[in-house]
Structure formats: C-alpha cells, structure tokens
Design a protein around this ligand. Structure first.
Ligand SMILES: C[S@@+](CC[C@H](N)C(=O)[O-])C[C@H]1O[C@@H](n2cnc3c(N)ncnc32)[C@H](O)[C@@H]1O
Length: 272
C-alpha cells in the first residue's frame, strides 16, 4: 500500500484538492498537496512517479506521463450499445430480474455500472482507499450527468474489505440475489493479450498495477467465495477464459466468452 502520495493541483482547484486530501487522510492515505503552475502532459512526463492530481474533471491517479480515473462518463457509449440479450454478464447475473447485487470487488466499477444500467441494484464494495476515493469521485460526477444520473441512483458504494462486509451481511441474515466477484486484474504478462483491444484500458491497467500489490503478494479472493455463498442465491465469478476455478470449486454453470468467462454457483437452500 502506498503510504504518502503527492497530489498535484493548479491554484484554481486547490480547495477541491484539499477536500480530496482530507477524505484520503480519513482513509489512512497521507497526501502532500503541491500547487503547480500547469497540469499538462509535459508536467506529467517530467514527474513520472506514482501520484494523484486534481483538475476540473476530478481526481486522477498519475504516473509515467499518464493519468487515469474510473471515468464512468467514457463508458456511456458502451452502456447505450448494451442490452440484456447481448451481454453475457446479463445472463450470468440474471439482470432481467432486476436483482439486488453485491459487487464485492469493485475496481473501476465498470462491470457494476453496466449491471446497474441493465437494471440491477448494486452495492459496490472496494477495500483500496485510493481506488475507493476515485470511485466515489466518479459517482459524484455521474450524478450530474443527464444519462448517468438514473444509473448511479442504483449504485451504493461501501469502503470495506468484502470479507468483513459479507461476514456482517451473513450475521445479519441479509440475503441478496447475486454476489459478483472479479478479484484479479489481468496479470502483467496477460495484459497484451487480454486488453490489446483498447489503449485506454491498457493505460488504466498499467497505473492500477503500480497502485495495487504485486500479484504474488495479493490474495486471490478464494476466501470470498464461501462467504458470498452464505448471502447470495447466486454467486457469479468473472475469470480470465482459461483460469482455474475460484477456490478450485467447480461451478454449477458457465458462460464462456472470448477473453473471459463467468462461473455461477447457485445456493439452492437460499432460493425460494
Ligand atoms: C479486477 S478488479 C475488479 C474490476 C471490476 N470488475 C471493474 O469492472 O472495474 C478487482 C478489485 O477488487 C478489489 N478487491 C480485491 N479483493 C477485495 C476484497 N477482499 N474486498 C474489497 N475489494 C477487493 C481490488 O482492490 C481491485 O480493485
């Protein structure tokens, strides 16, 4: 986990940056505010270390001359093209039934944005304080967007480790229709193959790999499956197409795509 990050901002957005800094500090991330003259591509190239920056579009993660944010606005064309019929995730999560859904591994929130657009009521859980703050900022911006505002009205954000959150739900006997798990970003060596389609996605992945722990140090999310099974009628796990099963547990059903697949586990004792 990065313990102190610089946050670059032009004078004009200093107040906003102070708010980000206070929020991040309340989540255990120390931020050093640096007022700069011009936040542009040249500045980012000259300051290649991992940092944050803030401008009119909100909070960004930056490094190696690039900057990225979850950018839900950029997802709008994809949302507009999507339908319950065309999306494999819609069949896997039974989105036609407008399910209550916990996405226990939020990341950039793109899968959940799509699921909320297609009708799910989503609780999005993320444990990384910087990613969570980026998500929160994306949601705040989306609330002012004519198309996205009705979509994000169906999304709640929770800053927590999902193991704790799911345990709490189980203790309170809260049952949801679906828990969705997508614990791992494609590994560094899979990047070229898995995401060669989009330069923007590739950039996001490079920066996220700098932020998140090395693959070897990272838990693989196996423990989340049993916890999810205690609170959901259906658990859906997104996996790279050829990856092993989560927790080595064979699913009840699979949907196979070109780059990824969805493994589904049905909890018959929780189904009415
Ligand atoms: C591959 S990404 C998810 C990508 C996401 N499906 C999307 O569409 O952007 C995995 C995310 O899950 C988060 N994560 C992994 N294990 C978690 C846990 N136990 N609790 C909360 N978040 C977790 C990681 O921090 C990372 O941001």
């Amino acid at each position: 986990m990065v313990s102190e990050l610089r946050l670059f901002v032009e004078q004009e957005f200093q107040q906003k940056a102070q708010q980000y800094s206070a929020v991040l500090s309340s989540r255990g991330v120390k931020v050093k505010l640096e007022i700069i003259e011009k936040l542009n591509a040249r500045f980012l190239r000259l300051n290649p270390e991992l940092a944050l920056c803030a401008d009119a579009s909100g909070l960004w993660l930056c490094a190696n001359g690039m900057k990225m944010q979850p950018d839900w606005q950029a997802e709008v064309p994809r949302l507009k093209r999507s339908s319950l019929k065309s999306e494999m995730i819609a069949r896997a999560c039974n989105l036609g039934e407008k399910p209550t859904l916990i996405d226990a591994t939020a990341g950039l929130g793109h899968d959940s944005l799509l699921m909320a657009h297609l009708g799910a009521n989503v609780t999005l859980v993320e444990r990384h304080p910087i990613l969570f703050t980026l998500l929160e900022d994306s949601k705040n911006h989306a609330q002012n967007d004519a198309f996205l505002s009705s979509v994000v009205a169906r999304i709640d954000l929770v800053f927590s480790d999902s193991a704790d959150y799911l345990t709490q739900q189980a203790e309170q006997q809260h049952v949801v229709d679906v828990v969705y798990l997508d614990p791992m970003f494609p590994q560094r060596d899979q990047n070229q193959q898995a995401i060669k389609k989009q330069a923007q996605v590739k950039k996001q992945m490079q920066l996220l790999h700098m932020l998140l722990p090395e693959d070897g140090e990272m838990d693989l999310g196996d423990h989340l499956l049993t916890l999810a099974q205690q609170v959901a009628k259906r658990v859906v796990v997104k996996r790279p197409r050829l990856a092993v099963y989560l927790a080595n547990l064979e699913p009840d059903h699979q949907w196979q795509g070109d780059a990824c697949r969805f493994d589904a586990y049905f909890q018959h004792d929780l189904l009415e």
